[in-house]
Design a protein around this ligand. Structure first.
Ligand SMILES: *Cc1c(COP(=O)(O)O)cnc(C)c1O
Length: 365
């Protein structure tokens, strides 16, 4: 039996009655764009993240962009982002006319560090976007301390870290604002597109609420130019239903990751991403590092095992950023990009499947 990288069908099978009832509720009310189901989800998700406000938007990229806009970041400003992340982290910066400035990541955790940020600060630096990549939070205490010293805004990219903690604090509760994606494959995924900003700042909350709804609080009265970036009512209802399962799902992801670790740790040909002290990651992805990665990937695929690369090209090597001035060499991110392989990981994965993946990987390396 093939083992996929993610299995959304397996998850739907376990929660079908909840999801079908949630969708039926929205069909009955016809509150399709925003509305009470979205408001209910916003309250529940803010509480889950142990913060004050949650504003639901159309997707994670919009969440990043609107969070930056809320702090009036724009043309002439620099925003520091890690070289190893999904493109959207930097894309959101470029979309508002600011310049993404890349920094290398830590070789053990693949995360951005406060030291790396410090080395990239210029008089134009306004903000940093630490990415809680693969489900592990970046070292937020040190990053917030540096940000206070240098007067920088910190936007957490939590798109892979719903429910993660670092030294007891939740992802999305530590920065000035944070962006989440509810893309279907994320730890908390909609059945379509979705995203959210969380923040403790009521000014940020008010700005994004206005911006995502054409700058309008009262119908046909527009206080500023915004755009349409609302979450669908159906997605709000589905996300509320799924949020009730998130802790259990994250616990299962951690358990599967621990099984992978214990089975793989004796193999000198396989490297692993380290957990920081005080980290409680939620394992959006489980990453291994191997030397002959492309060959391993091809053979795993032939054996019916779904593997991925997150991500094959570091941001500074992408065509979209070929004209960007600034540093062009980030050895850790480049080495990672050539070695990383994402193994199947989702809550419904079985122990037997994990053993099968590990056996196949052992044969490939
Ligand atoms: C998924 C993701 C995004 C973008 O979210 P979308 O909802 O797809 O727009 C941004 N950053 C990271 C790290 C992601 O994994």
């Amino acid at each position: 039996m093939p083992i996929p990288l993610v299995d959304l069908r397996a998850q739907y099978a376990t929660i079908k009655p909840d999801i079908d009832a949630a969708i039926a509720r929205v069909l009955a009310s016809c509150a399709f764009a925003g509305g009470p189901e979205v408001e209910g989800f916003e309250k529940a998700f803010a509480a889950y993240c142990e913060t004050d406000h949650c504003i639901a938007v159309g997707n994670g990229t919009s969440a990043l962009e609107l969070a930056l806009r809320a702090f009036r970041i724009g043309p002439g400003d620099e925003v520091i982002v890690p070289a190893n992340t999904f493109f959207a982290t930097a894309e959101a910066v470029s979309l508002i006319g600011a310049v993404p400035v890349f920094v290398d990541v830590d070789a053990k955790t693949a995360l951005m560090t406060a030291e790396a940020i410090r080395s990239a600060i210029t008089p134009k630096t306004k903000a940093v976007i630490p990415v809680h990549l693969y489900g592990q939070m970046a070292p937020m205490e040190a990053i917030m301390e540096l940000a206070a010293e240098k007067n920088l805004i910190v936007i957490e990219d939590c798109c892979q870290a719903h429910g993660a903690r670092y030294r007891g604090k939740r992802a999305g509760s530590m920065g000035h604002a944070a962006a989440f994606s509810f893309y279907p494959g994320k730890n908390l995924g909609a059945y379509g597109e979705g995203g959210a900003v969380t923040t403790r700042d009521s000014g940020v909350d008010a700005f994004i609420r206005l911006f995502r709804d054409h700058g309008s609080k009262t119908k046909y009265e527009h206080d500023m130019v915004g755009r349409n970036d609302r979450l669908d009512g159906i997605q709000g209802a589905i996300l509320s239903a799924k949020l009730l399962h998130l802790e259990k799902w994250n616990t299962l992801r951690r358990k599967h990751a621990a099984t992978y670790r214990s089975l793989l740790k004796g193999n000198p040909k396989i490297g692993l991403i380290e957990e920081m002290e005080g980290a409680e990651p939620v394992y959006h992805l489980f990453i291994v590092r191997v030397q002959n990665r492309d060959a391993v990937r091809a053979t795993m695929a032939e054996k019916g095992i779904g593997v991925g690369i997150h991500y094959p090209i570091p941001l500074h090597k992408l065509k979209a950023y070929s004209d960007l001035p600034g540093k062009k060499s980030f050895p850790v991110a480049e080495k990672l990009a050539s070695e990383i392989l994402s193994l199947p990981l989702y809550p419904e994965l079985t122990e037997a499947q994990i053993h099968e993946v590990v056996r196949a990987l052992g044969e490939c390396v």
